[in-house]
Ligand binder design. Structure first.
Ligand code: CR1
Length: 826
């Protein structure tokens, strides 16, 4: 290694530059068994990762010691999904070692960017729910809240999306192929989980409520954990992930000896399938069974671990709810309620009432949807087979609960039927959301409108029965990842203007930027930052799609899972309308736009996969049309994930939040985009409403039906009437039907047209005219550069409320009632 230039003497929590460099070399030598001269790219990445990670280990040890000492109330966050994003940059930032790496890498002749190419994102989630979990963990650590996240270590993360002839193809995401340097195995804490089998009465229990379950099959849960550092604090929490392993007896040596190799490992394969993939396809009976197995596997392992941790410092059960608060992230982990009952009653021999009182005081439930079809239910038949004891416990919980209901509403059988945990018709099923509400202290929605609609519609009977149980905690996003890491240029400008980096942990300080919205010099610099970010994005777009886009065009962004209620098809109708206008009037003076879509469709969601195909087909037609493509480009960026979001969001000018009002629980992309200075075009849905309230109506492009109007219209809705009445709409729909986007094939996209003109479930045609007019207003506003930039600044300045730090504080105050524990500084 050369030492040509004098290096700054820097000392941070990460140590000195010299020490860092020494550790790098020694890690390369002893951990990878190689030298600087012969190291490969993965060697370099791995060594850097481990060296950075090791800076967090001391903090983690001190955090664990402080927690042991204080014996505080812990938050245990149970979630089927975590979308953590890449770890390297985050941990460089959080350890203050970012500054070392550049000079060292420069010396070694590699760039940080090259090394980062090996930093794989753990895609252990689908969308908003999983990313929210990751943001909340980040904020809990930042606020020194004692917390552990529990999840599943899926061997394959969310599929990788590619396009073949415009159609989505799914490839497995082998995210640990090169090993995961951020993870520590913890084999001492492994757990054993049972499935199937039978139950029998416990001999000494006259109440009949205690029984004995003898599972027919067992699986091991192998834990490992990743570190979750707080920003600007020594606290390092963990996320513990469980991987399924066959129990030792599963390998059939005699069969193997007899040459039956496949049969010999059958049980192993079965067991390990449990943590193979996130959300296995549930269109088959086997798929559904596997999903339920996953859910139980997660909660069974996690509860045993929580109890193990509790018992390190506590005895007896009375203090359990005072020391343990479990947050259920949606219904996937709700079986934890029955599992805790089983452990307390059957294994620890508490009487039912005491166990139930402990259980109810321990759990809280966050609901993330309004769509009734998204509320999970499990068939009683499946539950009886897979988890026979849990089914009995559910019946008992329901029995006592319905007694309570009968006492409150005597004779109201209809009420009982609606509230029951068991749905009777058309088949007997367990309603997991009902079980969650009955077994929890607090239930929360994720935006004000969502919480109100939950109480008025989806969970109405419960909200009437227990109004004090229902809370709102509006979602938030971490400014560390989604501003500081994603948008370093903007961060620097903000820090310069505000004088320090305090805004990173106190995001409402951004409101002091509002004054700068009238400073022409500041607006100029703001625009320059946006432009440079757009240049970065255009490179990424070109690399992954070959499409060349103009960084000066309005960057119009719709990034989210493909779902009918989110209405990507409404956006597409707008795009086709612009296309038609340009074809008709080639000379028209249209604001140049790049419309960028990003998002995956669930592998079994055929309507949305067809829509993806249509988006790609429209993009192809638009981008190859010599006239149209001068003003309009359309891109569907493949494989949208957290890393891509970090490139797209800083470059966006316009944020599309156009779900039908009353359908999107909250949205969090809307917050990330506004914080990065994108202006929203949106409906009065989810957190859009709260964003608009804060940024001001004049800085938000609102259109469309509100939630009540949507419900009213649905009763007598005729999409065809809108189609007949509006020539531009008709032309857009007809263009799809005509086959212009399918090389003349009229049948390919016919199902899309049929869905629009037939039922149009999410009222896209009803909102079309308002949407297109609103987009025209967007174009007008865009022409006035200063006006637009002012709107952009004010969006960022006024959305500090949407920090997940604020969200976590609200959970702490309203629901968790936990206090921070300070950790000894570095
Ligand atoms: C909701 O659809 C919300 C996130 C996080 C999603 C979205 O509106 O912002 O949760 N729900 O609360 C979800 O992913 C599986 O359900």
């Amino acid at each position: 290694m050369t030492d040509a230039r004098p290096r700054p003497k820097m000392r941070t929590v990460g140590g000195t530059l010299e020490a860092f460099e020494q550790d790098l070399i020694s890690n390369l030598y002893y951990q990878r068994g190689t030298t600087l001269e012969s190291a490969s790219g993965p060697d370099g990445y791995h060594t850097l990762a481990v060296t950075v990670r090791d800076r967090l280990v001391g903090r983690y040890a001190r955090t664990a010691a402080a927690h042991y000492q204080a014996n505080p109330r812990f938050v245990y966050y149970l979630s089927a999904e975590y979308l953590l994003g890449r770890q390297l940059r985050q941990n460089l930032l959080y350890t203050g070692t970012e500054q070392f790496v550049r000079p060292i890498a420069e010396d070694l002749g590699v760039s940080l960017e090259e090394l980062e190419a090996y930093d794989v994102e753990p895609g252990l989630g689908n969308g908003g729910l999983g990313r929210l979990a990751a943001c909340l963990l980040d904020s809990m650590a930042t606020l020194d809240i004692p917390a552990v996240g529990y999840g599943i270590r899926y061997e394959f993360g969310i599929f990788k999306q590619a396009f073949r002839d415009g159609a989505q193809v799914e490839r497995p995401d082998d995210w640990t192929f090169y090993g995961n340097p951020w993870e520590f195995p913890a084999p001492d804490d492994r757990q054993v989980v049972g499935f199937y089998g039978s139950t029998a009465p416990a001999l000494d229990d006259p109440s009949g409520l205690r029984r004995q379950w003898t599972p027919a099959e067992t699986v091991r849960g192998e834990p490992s954990h990743m570190l979750v550092p707080g920003y600007g604090t020594p606290t390092v929490n963990i996320i513990r992930l469980w991987q399924a392993r066959a129990s030792r007896e599963s390998f059939d040596l005699s069969r193997f000896g007899a040459g039956q190799y496949k049969e010999a490992v059958e049980d192993i394969v079965q067991a390990e399938n449990i943590s193979k993939v996130l959300y296995p396809d549930d269109s088959t009976e086997q798929g559904r069974e596997l999903r339920l197995k996953q859910q139980y596997f997660l909660v069974a392992c996690s509860l045993r671990d929580i109890i193990r941790r509790y018992r390190l410092r506590n005895t007896g059960w009375d203090a359990f709810p005072a020391k343990v608060v479990i947050q259920l992230n949606d219904t996937h982990p709700v079986m934890a309620i029955t599992e805790l009952m089983r452990l307390l009653v059957d294994e620890y021999r508490l009487d039912w009432d005491l166990a139930w009182s402990i259980t109810r005081r321990t759990f809280n439930y966050t609901c993330h949807t309004l769509l009734p079809e998204a509320l999970e239910t499990w068939s009683v038949e499946l539950l009886e087979r897979l988890l026979p004891r849990h089914m009995e416990i559910i019946y008992s919980i329901n029995h006592f609960f319905l007694q309570e209901v009968a006492a409150t509403y005597p004779g109201d059988l209809d009420k009982m039927r609606r509230l029951s945990i068991i749905q009777e018709y058309p088949e007997k099923r367990v309603r997991m959301a009902h079980l969650a509400v009955v077994g929890s202290t607090a239930v929360n929605g994720v935006a004000e409108l969502h919480t109100r609609l939950l109480a008025e519609t989806t969970l109405r009977d419960f909200a009437e029965l227990w109004p004090q149980k229902f809370h709102n905690v509006t979602n938030g996003v971490t400014p560390r990842r989604f501003v500081r890491l994603a948008n370093p240029r903007l961060s620097e400008l903000i820090t310069e203007r505000l004088g320090d980096e305090g805004w990173l942990t106190d995001l409402e300080r951004l409101d002091r930027l509002a004054g700068a919205a009238d400073d022409p010099a500041f607006l100029e610099r703001w625009r320059e930052v946006k432009r440079l970010n757009k240049v970065d994005l255009t490179h990424q777009v070109e690399r992954s799609t070959g499409v060349v886009v103009d960084p000066d065009a309005l960057c119009d962004v719709m990034i989210k899972r493909f779902h009918e209620y989110k209405r990507q098809h409404l956006k597409l109708l707008h795009v086709i309308t612009l296309f038609n206008r340009l074809r008709e009037m080639p000379e028209m003076d249209m604001v140049p736009r790049t419309v960028l879509f990003g998002g995956k469709a669930a592998p079994g969601y055929h309507a949305m996969k067809l829509l993806i195909r249509l988006v790609n087909a429209v993009a192809e037609t638009v981008n190859t049309d010599p006239v149209v493509s001068r003003h309009l480009k359309v891109v569907l960026l493949p494989d949208y994930n957290v890393s891509r979001a970090q490139v797209i969001i800083p470059a966006a000018d316009l944020s599309e939040q156009i779900s039908l009002a009353g359908k999107e629980a909250s949205g969090t992309g809307n917050m990330k985009l506004a914080l990065n200075g994108a202006v929203t075009i949106g409906t009065l849905d989810g957190a859009n409403i709260e964003i608009r309230d804060r940024v001001g109506a004049e800085n938000f492009f609102l259109f469309g039906l509100d939630a009540q109007q949507a419900v009213d219209l649905r009763r007598h809705y005729e999409p065809r009437a809108y189609y007949e009445r509006d020539p531009e709409l008709r032309a857009a729909v007809d263009a799809i039907a005509s086959g212009v986007f399918a090389k003349g094939d009229r049948s390919l996209f016919a199902p899309v047209v049929d869905a629009m003109l037939g039922r149009d479930e999410y009222l896209a045609l009803a909102d079309y005219r308002a949407y297109v007019e609103c987009q025209d207003a967007v174009a007008t506003a865009w022409r006035d550069r200063d006006r637009w930039t002012r709107m952009s600044v004010l969006n960022a300045a006024r959305t500090g409320f949407f920090s997940s730090d604020r969200t976590v504080r609200e959970y702490c105050d309203k629901i968790w009632r936990v206090d921070p524990v300070r950790v000894e500084p570095d």
